[in-house]
Design a protein around this ligand. Structure first.
Ligand code: PLP
Length: 414
């Protein structure tokens, strides 16, 4: 874990100049965008990459025998290679373009889950999952008769690993866990849990929607079997995600969606599937989005993922310190050095919707609600919370602006 310091590791002034959307005012105040956990903004390099696709090389991929088609196919595959390198996968056959994290998890639950699970088998999730990594497993359990169990969390908002030996048995077929909680910010010990899961023969799916954008990822060090994440949370286009899967597992799995591109041979009543990764990319994919994701990855790589995590932890630490100035405020989740760049909180007697509404009038964009994690909020004894989530372009001054706006909100609501 990198040690937070008060000095910024990033040249935020230079970075912010790349993000046109951040230059605006909202409600007459400079925009302070702290809703990066929901979706980040895009630098001009990514916006330009999208427009370059449409201006220079757009065509369907892997289809036409003409120049534009081979240009767009080359760019599409170059992006797949960039993603492979970014998460340190062994092969581009392990990188599947999807519409997002949610889709990737559903793909595994349907394809791997329907083929491999039977009544009485167990699916192990955690109490801090986003609904995207909960509902597909509940649906799988409904289809197969499998049983869902959950790793509990401690009062400090970390996974209670002491419960793991009792929960992981030969009945456990899959562990579906988040790498970073979208509410608590907790960074979970993925490699440690994978090791224990593999020891009982279970596979592990990692919901990396909140980790790949914020910290360096090595899927081989994790030894995870499946990893899903979304482009829109890492400076990339919306409507695109990545599913990583170990080649041996993806190879053995039946295709999820049927249609064009995912076949090898077809007769009127049968087909044989294409090789990886095409087997899981039925139909016309999100072409421009996939190509432009490479620009986002290049941007993040240039800045450096270690620098980004360090910067976010500095912001989180500063936010933690300053939030103590507000009476009745409870920070959800562990100490800043144990979490990625976000802070969620509850203020006694105040509705997060009212808080976020007043912050908005001050130019500060945060998220309020259950953040698609209703069971976690139940565990925390609340129905909703307010979340400020940071990224590489946020500054310590913005954290201060957020705190001042929050003080105003508490005065108005108190
Ligand atoms: N998992 C986590 C931890 C998330 O934070 C999110 C989105 O907020 C998702 C999954 C779902 O991502 P998407 O909506 O891009 O499919």
């Amino acid at each position: 874990m990198l040690k937070p310091s008060s000095e910024s590791t990033l040249n935020t002034e230079q970075i912010r100049a790349d993000f046109p959307i951040l230059q605006q005012q909202v409600h007459g105040k400079p925009l302070v965008y702290l809703d990066n956990g929901a979706s980040t903004q895009r630098p001009i390099q990514v916006i330009q990459a999208i427009s370059d696709v449409y201006e220079q090389c757009y065509s369907n991929v892997h289809r036409g025998g003409h120049l534009l088609s081979s240009r767009s196919t080359d760019a599409y595959e170059a992006s797949r290679e960039a993603i492979r390198a970014f998460i340190q996968a062994k092969s581009t056959n392990e990188i599947i373009f999807t519409p997002g994290t949610t889709f990737g998890i559903n793909l595994v639950a349907r394809s791997w889950g329907d083929a491999c699970l039977k009544a009485g088998d167990e699916i192990l999730v955690t109490e801090m999952e986003h609904h995207s990594n909960l509902i597909p497993w509940q649906q799988l359990a409904q289809r197969t008769g499998a049983v869902i169990k959950a790793i509990p969390i401690t009062d400090e908002g970390q996974l209670d690993l002491s419960a793991l030996p009792g929960l992981l048995t030969e009945k456990t077929k899959i562990v579906a866990m988040t790498a970073v909680s979208n509410v608590l910010g907790t960074i979970n010990p993925v490699a440690k849990i994978v090791k224990q899961a593999h020891a009982v023969g279970a596979v592990v799916l990692v919901d990396a929607a909140q980790s790949v954008p914020h910290e360096a990822t090595n899927v081989q060090t994790w030894d995870a079997d499946f990893v899903a994440f979304s482009a829109h949370k890492m400076l990339g286009p919306s409507g695109l995600g990545i599913l990583y899967g170990k080649e041996s597992l993806l190879d053995a799995m039946p295709p999820f969606l049927g249609g064009g591109s995912m076949i090898n041979t077809v007769t009127i009543d049968s087909f044989t599937p294409a090789m990886l990764p095409a087997k899981f990319e039925a139909g016309t994919p999100p072409i421009a989005q996939a190509i432009a994701l490479k620009a986002a990855i290049d941007y993040l790589t240039d800045v450096g993922m270690e620098n980004i995590l360090q910067h976010e932890q500095n912001l989180t630490q500063h936010a933690h310190q300053r939030l103590t100035e507000i009476e009745g405020l409870r920070i959800l989740g562990p100490a800043p050095e144990l979490k990625a760049g976000l802070v969620s909180f509850d203020i006694k007697g105040m509705n997060p919707r009212d808080i976020a509404g007043i912050l908005d009038t001050q130019g500060v964009a945060v998220r309020e609600g259950h953040h698609c994690a209703i069971p976690l909020h139940q565990r925390l004894g609340i129905s909703s919370s307010t979340r400020a989530s940071f990224y590489l372009y946020n500054t310590l001054e913005e954290v201060d602006q957020f705190i001042e706006a929050l003080k105003k909100a508490t005065m108005l609501l108190g």
